[in-house]
Design a binder for this molecule. Structure first.
Ligand SMILES: CC(C)(COP(=O)(O)OP(=O)(O)OC[C@H]1O[C@@H](n2cnc3c(N)ncnc32)[C@H](O)[C@@H]1OP(=O)(O)O)[C@@H](O)C(=O)NCCC(=O)NCCS
Length: 217
């Protein structure tokens, strides 16, 4: 039995490196990576396995997975993939933890769902609620009483002012700002640097200041 907590990550790109550093700060270690594409391991000395078949082979060979923790290292508009990976991990008895960087500020009254990743200097204020598999990148801020669904991703520096409701699978680009008490619909995308002054309907991409839907909608 190892004396460190073993983690596995799905996704072998830059985000895996970021998560591995936080895991190390918590005294854990990444022991395997999985990816749907034939890519090199993002982490030195950590083996990588291809797709669900590779994951199955690794899990069979690893034997007892008690205490192993798993996270999806996939960001952007692929929140649904994070949720699916959580289910796959759970099907083999791998638990889904919350990963919070030691420099993040998280209110005691905030609720953080399984598989959420709160990176360096991010902020989660009083009575905020995050569903499962949310990512708050570096310096992202979720202010008081915001409610986020599952698989929401806030890119670096994105700011949700207070009392905002964000539905499932929303992506908020870098340094975007959403003004207080607004609602963002499911699968919406907010462009980098946008200033959102009105509710955003589901499945809508908005950009600019003030944010407006793009031609692609
Ligand atoms: C909003 C976004 C998703 C749109 O992507 P897209 O659909 O591929 O859009 P395109 O790159 O084809 O651009 C379409 C038009 O919108 C404009 N546009 C794109 N993103 C914009 C933004 N953030 N703000 C203002 N205008 C933007 C483009 O200039 C282009 O305008 P044009 O047709 O007049 O040339 C993307 O540009 C974006 O902002 N992504 C966030 C990236 C980010 O924060 N990454 C962090 C990862 S952790």
């Amino acid at each position: 039995m190892s004396d460190f907590t073993r983690y596995v990550l799905w996704g072998s790109a830059g985000h895996a490196k970021v998560l591995a550093e936080i895991i190390a700060l918590h005294g854990g270690r990444v022991v395997a990576l999985f990816d749907n594409n034939q890519v090199p391991s993002a982490l030195a000395d950590v083996p990588i396995f291809l797709g669900e078949a590779g994951f199955g082979r690794w899990a069979d060979a690893a034997g007892d997975l008690y205490g192993v923790l798993g996270l999806a290292a996939i960001g952007g508009q692929r929140g649904r993939d994070r949720l699916a990976i959580h289910q796959l991990f759970r099907s083999r008895g791998i638990d889904i933890p919350r990963l919070i960087h030691p420099t993040a500020v998280v209110s005691d009254s905030a609720q953080i769902g399984a598989g959420c990743q709160v990176l360096a200097q991010a902020n989660v204020a009083a009575d905020a609620r995050l569903g499962e598999a949310c990512i708050l990148n570096h310096r992202a801020s979720v202010d008081h009483e915001c409610t986020l669904g599952d698989a929401v991703h806030l890119a670096p520096g994105a700011t949700l002012c207070g009392c905002i409701t964000v539905a499932n699978n929303v992506f908020v680009g870098a340094n975007a700002v959403v003004l207080p008490r607004l609602s963002i619909g499911a699968d919406a995308v907010i462009g980098a640097g946008a200033v959102v002054t009105r509710d955003v309907p589901a499945n809508t991409i908005v950009v600019g200041n003030p944010a407006r839907p793009t031609q692609r909608n």
